[in-house]
Design a protein around this ligand. Sequence first.
Ligand code: CKU
Length: 596
Amino acid sequence: MEKSLLYPELNEFRYDRKLDGLWDFKFDPKQEGNAQNWTTGLSDAVKMPVPASFNDFFTKKEEREYAGDFWYSTKFFVPKELEDKQVGIRFGAATHRATVYVNGTEIRSHEGGFLPFTADITSVAKFGTENIVAIKINNELHRDALPAGDTITLENGSKMVKPFFDFYNYSGLNRSVHLVAQPKTSVIDYSTTFDVSASHATVNYQVEIEGTADVAVKLIDEDGNEVANAQGAAGKLEVDNPKLWNVRDAHLYTIKIQLLQNGNAIDEYTDEIGLRKIEIKGHQILVNGKEVYLRGFGRHEDSIYAGRAFDLNVERKDVELMEWTGANSFRTSHYPYDEEAYRFADREGFMVIDEVPAVGFKMAAASFLGGLDASFFDGDWTDELQKKHLDQIHDMILRDKNHPSVFAWSLFNEPDTSTDSAVPYFEKVFEDTKDLDPQHRSRTFTLNEDDTFEASKCKQFPDIFLLNRYPGWYHKWGFEISDGEAGLRREMDQWQNSDIDKPMIYTEYGADTQPGLHKLPSIMWSEEYQTEVLEMFGRVFDSYDFIRGEQVWNFADFQTVEGNMRVNGNKKGIFTRDRQPKAAAFFLKNRWENID
Ligand code: CKU
C-alpha cells in the first residue's frame, strides 16, 4: 500500500528526470544474483530498452517465454542540488514483483506489475556523482497473486507461466522510471470533490502533507487566469460560470497547491483537474445532468516489439482512431494503464472504466486456456490473494482518483460468481473499498457469460452492471447466430423484468477476425462475419433502454499465450495490431456517429 502516488513533477522545488534508455539486463534462473552481487551491477549483461517488455526482443523461445527472476541495472547521476531533498526512484510498472537495490543496499520490494512505486534512496544516494540501481524482478504467476495463474516446471527444467487470462504475460520495466526529488516537507497527496451547477462550481479539496506547513491553493483556467483561491489543508474553491468537463468536450483547470513556512513557499504541486458531476440515476448515467450512452472499447496496452510497454506514440494513434470511430469511452482491461493514458483521456473527454488486475479469478477461464475445473473462490489461496487485491485497489484509487475521465472502478474482470463461496470474498472487497474514493465513483466488475442473471450470486454488489457476452463466437456461432440473438434477448428480458434499477454496459462482445479474409456469404473469421456479429449485438442493445453503453472487445488485435484457440494472439480487434481498420471499424463508426 503506497502513501503517495502523485505523478512526478519538475518545478522550483521538485525534481523529475526520466532514467529511460538502455539498461543492463540478465536472466537469473538459478537465483544466484544476490549471492553474486548483481545488486551492484550486472556483468555479461545484454542491453534492454526501458520502458519495454523484454519478451519480443529475443529470438530464442526459452528467452521469450522466460519465467522466474531477472535483473535490470543502470548507472545514474544524482545532482548535488538534491542533497537536502527526499530523493527516490519511481518505477511506473515492474511486472509483477520487484526488489530495488541502490549502490548495493536493498531499498524495498513491491508486488503488482501495473502500478507505480517509489524506492526512497535519500539515505543511500551519493550526491554530485554516479550511483547504480539494480532491480530484481519476478514474472511468475500464482493463484494467490494478481493477475492469477500458475507457474509450472517442464521436464527439461524450464519454468513456464500458465495464465488464467487471455493476454500474454509481457514482463519487465513496462513503464518509465523516474529519478524524483521533493522537499522533506511536501505535498504527498490531494483529492477533490465537486458541487456543480451550470452557473457555479465548488471544488472541495483536501491536501495531505508530509511535515507541517501552511497551504495555499489556486485554481487557474485554460487561459492562465486565476479563478479561485483558498487557504488551508482542506477548503473550498468557488468558481462562477465554470467551464465544465464534458464527455468529448473536456475543459481542464490547473490546481496549484503551495506549501508555505513563515510566508515563504517551500513546495508546490500542480495538476490538471476537470469539474464535473457524475450521477447514476436508475438506468441512466448522467454527466453534468446530461444522459450519456457509452460507446467504445475494451483495450490492451499491447503493441509490436515492446509488448506491454507504454508508448506515447501508440497511445496517440489509439486516441486518434477511437475518436475517428466516434467512441467516447474505454475500459482499461485488464489492469490500470500508464498514467499518461488517463491524462490524455482527461484532455480528450473520454469516460474511463479503470480496472484492477483481478483477472483470472475463474477456473473455467483457465480451463479454456488448457486447464482446470473448480470454483476459484473455493481455493485455499483466497486469503493471501485478497490482501494483494485490496492493496492494489487501494493504490489504483490513490493514483487515479483525481482524473476527471475515470468514472467507475472495475474491481474484478470475470470472476467466478456462480458459487456461494464467492460471496464473502466480494462482501469484504466491496466493504473495505467503499470509502477509498472521495468522489465515491461507481464500483463494479464484469460478469462473465456463465454468470447469467440466474447463475450469479454477486449481482447485489455492483453499482453498474458490466456484461461480457459471446453468442456468435464462443457459442451459437456461424449460421446459428440467430439462436444466439434469441438467447441473448431471453437473458435481457430477465434483467428487464427484474427490479434491478441500475444501468448496464456491455464491456465485451465480438468475434475473432483474420484481417483480409473476405467471404460472401460470411464465414467465421471473415471480416464480414465480425460485422454481422456487431450488427446483431447492436440490434439487441437498441431494444433495451437499461443498456447504457457498448464497449466492443477489443480495440486492436493483441498477443496472448499460444494455443489451439488463438492464431498469433486474439484477433477480435476492430483494428489490427498495427492499427489498421478491419471492415467492422467502418460499421462501428457509422453506428456510433449516429448514436446521440
Ligand atoms: C475475451 C471466456 C471469456 C474471456 N473474455 C476475457 C478477455 O480477456 C478475452 O480476451 C473474453 C476473448 O476474446 O476470449
